[in-house]
Design a protein around this ligand. Structure first.
Ligand SMILES: [Zn+2]
Length: 486
């Protein structure tokens, strides 16, 4: 809890006064019935009723015993496997989700079509040709154009970081393959990735602005393994498009050592890719609300994955976690005031088409809170939100309910997972972030090594408990969490 969050703020909040009094009356009523069992219930604070807090405790303890999340991710990655957006496997994933959400007993299970342009990877090969021939482990970056048939060969212009490239006003890069040796720092909260990822996203534009014929980057990853990390990059319509690929971290180290020796460096590579029209779907299911059923608490994950691995951590784990949390809410015997809506988004990895389609479709719908589990399978350790100030005392109560799960409350500057982030930014909907421990996440993120053995089954129940508690209390809140000030 932040020092600025004080409980008297709630009772001073005019917009919630009538509901708040109702809750206080309920508390007084409970106190009067102290001998009849209410005394064991948590004392109502900040506008949540004692009954709502007691139900949150029930969800928390049941969530900690959850086995459904792991069963779901195991099923998804075994029965469907990798599921790049718009592929036949993506269609199988949508069918998998529909069948499983119905089996779990959720309401309003539906697939909402999402039209998109999808990038398809073809073959890719890269090698060092000077100072000596040496094959490189490489992967094309998502959205990259292909090379001319027969590939491309050029001298390397080495830059130790994207910033170094951006600072270069010479024409050293002209006619060359720009190599960006951007390192990714290992951090618990993904900050290191956040600082490095622009090299992947915008490296091709910066290289092409300086006349380069292609860009190669050190994989955006924290491992020391010999596989490449893919991921989305983008072009600028004002700048020529050049092909873009990543090499494994050990191959990047080799390039850096040869560079340090002053050797003439030359790369040869060929990649093939195309863009086609496709239709996928956001898969949606609900735990229907009661008196505030028109208002939505959104629990998200993304159904698509990159093609290289099995998409177990990214984002099979998130799919398992939020589906299990929704099922827990459904089965725990009390309907929420607001509707809890589960959304498995289409094409998060390479275009946010699902999130954008959702933002269009539900533009006028009031959203109380949007959140997404998309940071692997680690334990959650931090709660951050973005809500209007009047809702902060309620968030402090949610944080108190999450504290026994070893989750710290860290303020109102949330950076939620990507699809939720799109919704927050486009629509001003309040958002929540339950930060997972991502210390090892970027070792396998977007690689062929993103497989089920990386999912720690023991870490999932804590996530299920945290999302169920958060969604429940957001759904019961007497105070609207939004809209956010714009
Ligand atoms: Zn993801």
């Amino acid at each position: 809890m932040g020092p600025h969050m004080t409980e008297h703020n709630t009772s001073g909040n005019a917009s919630s006064t009538s509901t708040f009094i109702t809750r206080r009356r309920f508390t007084a009523w409970c106190a009067a019935l102290a001998g009849a069992g209410c005394a064991q219930q948590p004392i109502a604070r900040a506008g949540f009723s004692a009954a709502d807090l007691a139900h949150a405790e029930l969800l928390r303890s049941r969530g900690l015993a959850d086995t459904q999340a792991y069963a779901l991710v195991e099923s998804l990655v075994s029965e469907v496997g990798a599921r790049p957006a718009g592929s036949a496997a993506d269609t199988r994933a949508v069918n998998w989700a529909m069948a499983n959400l119905k089996r779990l007993g959720l309401a309003q299970v539906r697939a909402e079509p999402v039209n998109m342009q999808v990038w398809q990877r073809g073959a890719a090969q890269a090698r060092l040709v000077a100072p000596y021939p040496h094959p490189l482990v490489a992967a094309a970056l998502g959205n990259s154009i292909g090379t001319p048939p027969g590939g491309l060969e050029a001298e390397v212009a080495y830059y130790e970081s994207l910033d170094a490239l951006k600072a270069d006003t010479s024409d050293r890069a002209r006619g060359r393959i720009v190599f960006i040796d951007q390192k990714t720092e290992r951090t618990r909260d993904g900050r290191g990735y956040g600082l490095a990822v622009a090299a992947r996203a915008t490296g091709a534009v910066e290289a092409a602005r300086r006349g380069a014929v292609a860009v190669a980057i050190r994989s955006i990853g924290t491992d020391r393994d010999r596989f490449a990390h893919t991921g989305a990059m983008r072009y600028d319509l004002q700048v020529p498009k050049v092909p873009a690929f990543a090499v494994s971290v050990p191959d990047a180290d080799l390039i850096a050592r040869l560079q340090a020796r002053g050797q003439p460096l030359k790369l040869q590579f060929a990649l093939d890719a195309r863009v086609v029209s496709a239709t996928s779907a956001n898969v949606v299911a609900e735990v229907p609300g009661t008196d505030l059923a028109d208002e939505i608490v959104l629990l998200g994950a993304h159904l698509d994955s990159w093609d290289l691995g099995h998409g177990a951590l990214d984002d099979g784990a998130g799919v398992g976690i939020v589906c299990a949390a929704a099922r827990l809410l459904q089965d725990a015997g009390q309907r929420p005031r607001r509707t809890v809506r589960l959304v498995l988004f289409a094409n998060e990895e390479n275009g946010f088409d699902g999130a954008n389609a959702y933002a269009e479709r539900y533009e006028g719908a009031k959203h109380q809170l949007v959140g997404e589990s998309d940071f692997g399978a680690g334990r959650p350790w931090r709660l951050r939100t973005r809500v209007r100030d009047e809702a902060l005392p309620l968030v402090a109560e949610i944080a108190r309910m999450l504290a026994p799960l070893s989750i710290d409350h860290a303020g109102n500057e949330a950076s939620p997972s990507p699809d939720a982030n799109v919704l927050m930014r486009r629509r001003g909907w309040p958002a929540v972030e339950l930060t997972q421990d991502g210390t090892g996440y970027f070792d396998v993120h977007h690689t062929e090594n993103d497989t089920l053995d990386k999912v720690d089954a023991k870490a999932l129940p804590q996530n299920v408990a945290a999302w169920a508690v958060t969604a429940w209390l957001a759904a019961q809140s007497p105070v609207a969490f939004g809209p956010l000030p714009r």
